[in-house]
Design a protein around this ligand. Structure first.
Ligand code: UT7
Length: 330
């Protein structure tokens, strides 16, 4: 049991201005707005500008979160960045972001890779580090430039993903029973092959052959992932509600990972929580992996969908296959 509560002090998000619509995609690959929208709920996604880096998007979201929290970079002593698309394989994007944001050199900075579940994993990690009392205020960022790792010739994946960033500032609170109430994280490591980038790691370093085989792009077996996603998100949500003695009616808002509207609708049905209490923006951004939940969380707060005392459920699923749920009381 943690000896102090950890609360969200501010949120911020950023999406690149370039909008790529389904109709535009249909000019370059064999697809249609009708197919993409009916199968995924996606209408459009954002694409980073040429030269716009993952770190730039992260900095924009973080500055908004700091402003919302009425804090400055000097107040932060921990930065965790959830991403699968760092500016470069080494060092961590967090190091580049630290410098661009002007965080103190005494800030602990690292990246965390749990793919689309990354934000919940990073949020849990940051809250645990704050609960220890060794850190005071953390910035947790979910950011992706998926346009750089999507195979634009593969219609089964390229229509699904987009770019963006979301950030939260967290800190301790003396008030009991608020902030992060708990998490339920897990992994199905036996299903790595269903969603991965096969090339570029130590097992298959970049080579002329790996580039020719397009092995540096996302490969996904969508149908299989879909089924496991629904089951894992439903189970982890159910578990965490049970653990905390909460019924579906006590959840004011669910913020699910935005991968596919049909996945969200299936979870809503199984959990018996009406769709009106699910936040959905997959139509505007597509799947932004680790950025999807913090972007949605920021939009939910800014549009008045979260009030003091509310309990919010975050639930995600992604490559790994990782999954996780988190309960927050505001
Ligand atoms: O965030 C991490 C986790 N990722 C996910 O949650 C993604 C989970 N999976 C999904 O969201 C869905 O499986 C997809 C949206 C990827 C696909 O939907 P689906 O209903 O499972 O379609 P499918 O893969 O079974 O494809 C149906 C048909 C196929 O044609 P045949 O074999 O039936 O002739 C595909 O070749 O649709 C075809 N197809 C397309 N047609 C037009 C696949 N992609 C496209 C496309 N445009 N972009």
């Amino acid at each position: 049991m943690s000896h102090r509560s950890t609360v969200i002090l501010g949120t911020g998000s950023y999406a690149p201005s370039r909008v790529l619509t389904n109709a535009e995609l249909a000019h370059t690959i064999d697809t249609s707005d009708e197919w993409i929208h009916s199968r995924s709920g996606i209408r459009e996604r954002r694409i980073a500008a040429p030269g716009e880096m993952t770190s730039d998007m992260a900095v924009a979201a973080a500055q908004r979160a700091l402003a919302d929290a009425k804090l400055t970079p000097a107040d932060i002593d921990l930065l965790i960045v959830a991403t699968i698309t760092p500016d470069m394989p080494m060092p961590a994007a967090a190091c580049i972001i630290q410098h661009k944001l002007g965080l103190a050199t005494t800030t602990a900075c690292f990246d965390l890779n749990a793919a689309c579940s990354g934000f919940i994993y990073a949020f849990d990690t940051a809250c645990a580090m704050l609960s220890s009392g060794r850190y005071q205020r953390a910035l947790v960022i979910g950011v992706e430039k998926l346009s750089s790792i999507v195979d634009w010739q593969d219609r089964t994946t390229c229509v699904l993903f987009g770019d963006g960033a979301g950030a939260v500032v967290i800190g301790p609170s003396d008030q009991p029973g608020v902030g992060l109430l708990g998490t339920r994280l897990g992994t199905y490591g036996d299903s790595v092959d269903l969603l991965c980038i096969p090339g570029g790691g130590s097992n298959a370093p970049a080579s002329v052959a790996s580039v020719g085989a397009r092995d540096h792009f996302i490969k996904m077996k969508g149908k299989e992932v879909f089924k496991i996603a629904v089951r894992a998100m439903e189970e982890s949500a159910r578990d965490i509600l049970e653990q905390h003695g909460l019924g579906a009616t006590q959840i004011a808002l669910v913020i699910p990972h935005q991968a596919n509207l049909r996945i969200i609708e299936a979870i809503a049905q199984y959990l018996e929580i009406p769709m009106e209490r699910f936040f959905v923006n997959v139509d505007r951004y597509g799947n932004t992996s680790a950025a999807s939940i913090p972007i949605a969380l920021d939009e939910a707060r800014r549009t008045g969908r979260i009030k003091a005392g509310d309990v919010t459920l975050l639930v995600a699923f992604g490559a790994g296959l990782t999954y996780g749920s988190a309960l927050i009381r505001w």
